[in-house]
Design a protein around this ligand. Structure first.
Ligand code: URA
Length: 434
């Protein structure tokens, strides 16, 4: 088999065989397929798509590229959640410890920033000392010990996704249904969770821009999960504006900490409670998602979700003093509130542009393996539907470089549309799919 022929076949819109998909994935992990050929194939898949059978094959081959974890010896039933990628999406930082504090073990394998969307691992690494490269033994030991773990792919779990994810991030090959499905579901299958809640984002800050595409993505992932014996539920959630107010790694950790203390922005808190409720219901701890949401609310109020987050940070080597007093987390040198240039109601946010602005500030990667500046980002003070007066603070830029700060101000102002007439607020969720 020759890699160039596989690329040409997909370039010409033909379906790849299982053997060809295996040849590509195994060769890429082993280093015999170079980045340039992998990039070409990813771009061909993005343009030509894949049949359902190819997407399933790609997912399973990626899942089997490393170890397949069985967690039965440490926890009888483990639940997980995964987002398809958004802007300001720090949900995992809250719901992981929250659901674990309710008594349901959460074993989660997360990703890094991807395109305009942020990644949980990058956010977690804003906490000095915190490790996201746990070995399989560490993953299991921590799950048995404190009931929650959030780590990356380096533990020989779905290593194909670890490599392909980093390549997609810098080759414009993220927004492809088969590539997103295989990336997410290979990680979920490899990490051994019995039940998975998928948070499928739709809108200007999501890879799926329409409800129709998001539904297709959700139903494909649910089907693959069920085929391999997992319980799966999907929520379709709005991403036509950043979730919560903070966008940028450290700023998002601070917002997650506030939320675990019972505060935080209303939309973000509600989002976390609903996702946690679904996870608790899928895990059989409560009769339905509404009861799960109530339990999650009580658990935050009791302070046990916060205590579980501290345990998570400590277990992964993080210095808990920084989350106990988030003011100690790295801060950007330049913190500039930007006034509204006009009065009006916020009607639209070009949300992917908000995410790309944070990447350009240094908060994300523009090439494989680049280091990121955790402190930079944006705090948005206005949600769609809210009115502002001219001169009122609209957003705050956190930057470490004057030119990048000025560019960020220009880009964010261009990404926001104000109108005179009243505007309806956006929903948080559109629908639930099982
Ligand atoms: N999250 C992932 O893990 N992979 C994707 O491709 C998109 C979001």
């Amino acid at each position: 088999m020759r890699m160039v022929e596989i690329i040409e076949k997909k370039r010409d819109g033909k379906a790849l065989t299982t053997a060809e998909i295996e040849y590509f994935v195994q060769g890429y992990v082993a280093g015999t397929v170079p980045d340039y050929q992998a990039s070409a194939l990813l771009m061909a898949i993005l343009w030509r798509g894949m049949e359902d059978r190819e997407t399933r094959d790609l997912t399973l081959v990626m899942a089997h590229s490393g170890e397949l974890l069985s967690l039965k010896d440490v926890a009888p039933f483990v639940v997980d959640k995964h987002s398809t990628g958004g802007v300001g999406d720090k949900v995992s930082l809250v719901v992981g410890p929250l659901v674990a504090a309710c008594g349901l073990p959460v074993g989660k394998m997360s990703g890094r920033g991807l395109g305009f969307s942020g990644g949980t691992l990058d956010k977690m690494e804003s906490i000095p000392g915190l490790r996201t490269d746990l070995s399989v033994a560490e993953f299991k030991a921590q799950l048995a010990d404190i009931g929650v773990v959030i780590t990356g792919q380096s533990a020989n779990l779905a290593p194909a996704d670890g490599k392909l994810y980093a390549l997609r991030d810098v080759t414009g090959t993220v927004p492809s249904l088969p590539l997103i499905v295989s990336s997410i579901m290979s990680k979920k299958i490899a990490s051994g969770a019995d039940a998975i809640v998928l948070d499928v984002k739709v809108g200007s800050g999501a890879f799926m821009k329409t409800l129709e595409d998001a539904e297709k993505l959700a139903s494909t992932m649910v089907r693959i999960g069920e085929e391999v014996g997992r319980k799966v539920a999907a929520l379709l959630s709005d991403m036509n504006q950043p979730l919560g107010r903070a966008v940028g790694n450290t700023l998002e950790v601070r917002e997650a900490v506030e939320t675990l203390h019972g505060g935080g922005p209303e939309d973000f808190r509600e989002h976390c409670l609903v996702v946690a409720g679904e996870m608790l219901a899928l895990g059989g701890l409560v009769p339905d998602a509404a009861a799960g949401k109530s339990l999650a609310l009580e658990t935050i109020a009791a302070g046990t979700a916060w205590e579980k987050f501290r345990q998570l940070v400590m277990a992964q080597g993080g210095d808990v003093a920084y989350v106990d007093d988030p003011e100690r987390l790295p801060q950007a040198r330049l913190v500039e509130p930007v006034p509204a240039p006009v009065a009006g109601a916020l009607a639209r946010v070009q949300t992917d542009e908000i995410g790309m602005t944070v990447v350009a500030l240094g908060g994300g990667r523009e090439e494989v393996g680049a280091t990121i500046d955790h402190a930079v980002g944006l705090v948005m003070h206005c949600k769609v539907g809210e009115r502002v007066e001219k001169g009122q603070p609209l957003f705050t830029v956190h930057a470490n470089d004057e030119d990048r700060r000025d560019e960020a101000v220009r880009r964010v102002l261009d990404a926001l549309t104000f109108v005179d007439e009243p505007v309806e607020p956006l929903p948080i969720f559109y629908q639930r799919m099982i």
